[in-house]
Design a protein around this ligand. Structure first.
Ligand SMILES: *Cc1c(COP(=O)(O)O)cnc(C)c1O
Length: 425
């Protein structure tokens, strides 16, 4: 193990970056500027940076629309009729699914609702959704409104599992909650990575426990997709949803993703249907009866916003080229470097809320600023004023997410040095 004095040096960071087999990918992104230099950008968990290839993909769509108009639907490899399918295989690879199990459609919260139409079917005996306390607000609103929509009462039928005093869950708390409430639970809806703490979960184990209790199990992978190597098919989850603008770098409001396990490919569960979910071979006969495409594509409603899908193609090409295993290796190194430097240099300023165990976290570290909110805000503003961008979560947390496609050890060192300068000022 290299001693911390050596680690806390430009020479070490430069050496580690030069040895990085993925170093070429940084140049594939637009790095936000800070005056004459690049920003140290650690907010890929919120909005990933723009791949340089995104503009050409968007311009291709604009050109096709300009030149071919309605015929753009039917002409060439990137015709709009089948455009969503252009991303399917790559997306499946990234989340560890079969191509028929994934689809790019709608937005994240919309997909959560649409999949719950089929997979949250409460009964008087089994009315409840079991989820985390402190969920991302949109998820909580979605779950609570679904419970009400079915005529049940969120105060008893939205079961929110409390984390421990350290803000983390761990499998024990989840297992205990499923054990206690399982007989009343219709749906377990859990995050892949908790957005505030960065805690990552064992999807296969949660699925196993939920299924054993007789519940359906779905995941919100907003902070997991493109961050951790996932094996969705093998996890046996019933469904999952995620967005593409965080680690997957596809731009604000990009078209989102959904997974439906192969065993549900031809399910007769209820769904809200639309023509894009109709069997593609007969869709344009425009018949009155809905015949779904087997698999996830059968859950589409509308013809997709092609301009919102276009950047995804550029981003997925980079993920495919780099590969999730190599990205994860680099991610562990970068986040590990950040953790080591914080523990050795900034222990009096920052307390790491994210699990220490590498298997229980992704790229993000959530840093509680010692001294409370006012100190935290002052540090956060100092960082921003010095070109180091993380994001702020009330009351005292700064989230820092080194993204392995474009962040470097030098970025991490710059963050640590900037915090140290603020402390020492
Ligand atoms: C980012 C995020 C969202 C955002 O929802 P949209 O429908 O994409 O606006 C929802 N849930 C979680 C857990 C998130 O991390």
């Amino acid at each position: 193990m290299t001693d911390t004095h050596t680690l806390y040096s430009d020479a070490y960071a430069a050496h580690a970056d030069a040895a990085d087999p993925l170093q070429r990918f940084r140049a594939q992104f637009h790095m936000p500027r800070f005056g004459d230099v690049e920003q140290a950008y650690f907010v890929g968990n919120s909005l990933g940076l723009q791949p340089r290839g995104a503009r050409a993909q968007v311009e291709d769509v604009l050109d096709k629309w300009a030149m071919e108009a309605v015929e753009g639907h039917f002409r060439g490899n990137s015709q709009w009729m089948t455009y969503h399918g252009l991303v399917g295989a790559q997306l499946a690879e990234i989340v560890g699914a079969q191509p028929e199990e994934v689809v790019a459609m709608n937005s994240l919260t919309a997909n959560l609702h649409f999949l719950m139409v089929g997979f949250y079917r409460p009964t008087a005996e089994r009315p409840a959704i079991l989820t985390e306390a402190g969920a991302f607000p949109s998820d909580r609103y979605a779950l609570e409104s679904q419970v009400r929509f079915h005529g049940f009462d969120p105060s008893t039928d939205l079961i929110e599992v409390q984390p421990g005093a350290d803000g983390l869950f761990g499998m024990d708390a989840i297992a205990a909650a499923i054990e206690t409430h399982g007989h009343r639970v219709a749906l377990v809806l859990w995050p892949g990575v908790q957005y505030r703490t960065g805690e990552a979960f064992d999807l296969a184990e949660i699925t196993r426990l939920g299924h054993a209790a007789g519940a359906i199990v779905g995941f919100d992978l907003a902070h997991a997709a493109g961050n951790l190597p996932l094996r969705l098919h093998d996890s046996n989850a019933d469904f999952a949803v995620w967005c593409h603008y965080k680690y997957l770098n596809s731009g604000p409001g990009a078209v989102a993703g959904a997974f439906l396990h192969a065993r549900h490919a031809t399910t007769d569960r209820p769904r809200f249907a639309g023509w894009w979910g109709h069997d593609a071979a007969t869709r344009f006969r425009m018949g009155p009866d809905f015949q779904p495409t087997p698999g996830a594509e059968g859950w589409q409603l509308s013809n997709p916003p092609i301009l919102g899908l276009a950047p995804l193609r550029a981003s997925l090409d980079l993920f495919t080229e780099a590969g999730m295993p190599a990205l994860r290796t680099k991610s562990e190194a970068l986040t590990g470097y950040l953790e080591t430097l914080i523990r050795s240099q900034l222990d009096d300023v920052l307390d790491i809320a994210t699990p220490r165990d590498v298997a229980r976290r992704g790229a993000q570290l959530s840093l509680r600023v010692r001294g409370g909110r006012a100190q935290g805000r002052a540090l956060f503003e100092y960082l921003s004023d010095n070109g180091v961008l993380g994001d702020w979560r009330e009351p005292d947390v700064i989230r820092i997410s080194p993204a392995p496609l474009y962040n470097t050890h030098a970025d991490v060192l710059r963050f640590v040095r900037t915090v140290a300068r603020w402390r020492d000022a």
